[in-house]
Design a protein around this ligand. Structure first.
Ligand SMILES: Cc1cc2nc3c(=O)[nH]c(=O)nc-3n(C[C@H](O)[C@H](O)[C@H](O)COP(=O)(O)OP(=O)(O)OC[C@H]3O[C@@H](n4cnc5c(N)ncnc54)[C@H](O)[C@@H]3O)c2cc1C
Length: 372
């Protein structure tokens, strides 16, 4: 794999060693033959969360991933997910012991390096171990293509995926924070729930004990990701996996907007959207029913709050230029250059909304008094 100018990894063929067997093309889930599955066209949908308060707090959504992982690990299986390495970059890692599960918990919004993890999965499956694999929908498709199907001892989980960001943008963001705080980053925690699940924040802990924490509207990295689509990988804007039937046995996500249907299902602590895509997935989800709270829902309820289930984000035309600018300027300087007035506009919108809601309440109050 080599890194392009924008910070994304791409496979490179060493033609001095290539024997032209064509297997790399055959197993590529995009240019090779598409993998076929017999999964449900209409997944079974649930709103759910872990009954273990610590797991729920430390997870991105409702912590259902950790409960599924626990079930597999308790049966002497292994679970594969994304962890931070020593440089705070993200890589896939095989967990065999339940005490290591926290390493692969939580969403990391950067491309995860899979290395030789597919080979490790194949070896574990051959040893008849139960394997749980969690990754982006395209990583799951890649694994299934590599394995030529889904053996009965493999459970695959993917998530509703907005898209993955450039490791280069993320490294420059951490570099900016390290400069501001005068210390090395110790831990990154996206979608931290200090201000609640709905107003999720980014928390970064430093070696000198300082803590940075800003919510989704003020943290520059999250703004560049969610509001600006500024540094996502190009192929994520033309994702082939936002369709049904999905490849993974279970798809996880945030059940955004569930409070519109039932306010009891949003305690602002994280509610998972669970889509059961296969009988295998249904069975595994059944195994954890005593460890979670769950209520059946529907795709009609899930879709309005979570367009990313089926829709692609729209590419920011300045994306490539922004990523190249990072070679010359710091993250915050580049951000200011490319997202002019964004901050001011946001604050302006917020106050206009507050004034309108105040006027509305006043009007309702006056009307009420008149009626009396
Ligand atoms: C890049 C990305 C984009 C997402 N976009 C959306 C979205 O638009 N809408 C939505 O509802 N949900 C989205 N999610 C999913 C959501 O953030 C939660 O991961 C999911 O709901 C599971 O949460 P949990 O509480 O059950 O468990 P968590 O413990 O939070 O589970 C996270 C799981 O995802 C794996 N993972 C984390 N980061 C990566 C990564 N970079 N690459 C591959 N695997 C990873 C972990 O290993 C773990 O298995 C996204 C997640 C990621 C990583």
């Amino acid at each position: 794999m080599s890194t392009d100018r924008y910070g994304f990894w791409y496979p490179q063929v060493d033609y001095t060693k290539c024997i032209k067997c064509g297997i790399c093309v055959k197993v590529c889930p995009i240019i090779g033959e598409k993998i076929k599955n017999t999964n449900f066209e209409k997944p079974k949908v649930f709103a759910a969360w872990s009954l273990d308060e610590e797991i729920r707090e430390y997870s991105t959504s409702g912590g259902v991933f950790s409960e599924l992982a626990k079930d597999i690990l308790n049966k002497s299986g292994c679970v594969v997910g994304a962890r931070y390495n020593e440089q705070n970059l993200v890589e896939h890692y095989v967990v065999d012991d339940i005490s290591d599960l926290p390493m692969i918990r939580q969403s990391k919004y950067i491309q995860s390096f899979t290395g030789d993890v597919f080979k490790q999965v194949r070896a574990k499956l051959k040893q008849d171990k139960i394997v749980g694999f969690c990754g982006t929908p395209c990583q799951v498709a890649g694994l299934l293509s590599f394995l030529k199907g889904s053996p009965s001892n493999l459970y695959t989980f993917d998530f509703v995926c907005r898209g993955i960001n450039s490791p280069k943008a993320y490294s420059k963001y951490l570099e900016m924070l390290e400069k501001q705080y005068g210390s090395k980053v110790r831990k990154v925690w996206f979608k931290n729930k200090t201000f609640g699940w709905n107003r999720f924040s980014t928390r970064v802990d430093f070696e000198n004990g300082d803590v940075y924490i800003k919510d989704r509207n003020t943290d520059l990295f999250m703004r560049g990701y969610i509001e600006q689509n500024l540094y996502m990988r190009s192929c994520c804007f033309d994702c082939h996996y936002k369709t049904f039937p999905r490849n993974a046995d279970i798809t996880l996500g945030d059940f955004w907007g569930i409070s519109r249907y039932d306010s009891n299902l949003d305690q602002d602590l994280g509610t998972s959207l669970v889509m059961l895509n296969s009988e295998k997935g249904e069975k595994l989800f059944g195994n954890i029913k005593d460890d979670i709270y769950s209520e059946e829902s529907s795709m009609e309820i899930a879709l309005p709050g979570n367009a990313c289930i089926v829709e692609n984000a729209v590419k920011n035309p300045k994306s490539e230029r922004f990523l190249l600018m990072l070679d010359k300027c710091s993250f915050d300087k580049s951000f200011k250059m490319f997202v002019k007035g964004g901050g001011i506009l946001k604050i302006y919108n917020k106050y206009v909304r507050l004034v309108f809601s105040f006027l509305n309440r006043m009007l309702r109050f006056i009307k009420g008094t008149c009626n009396e």
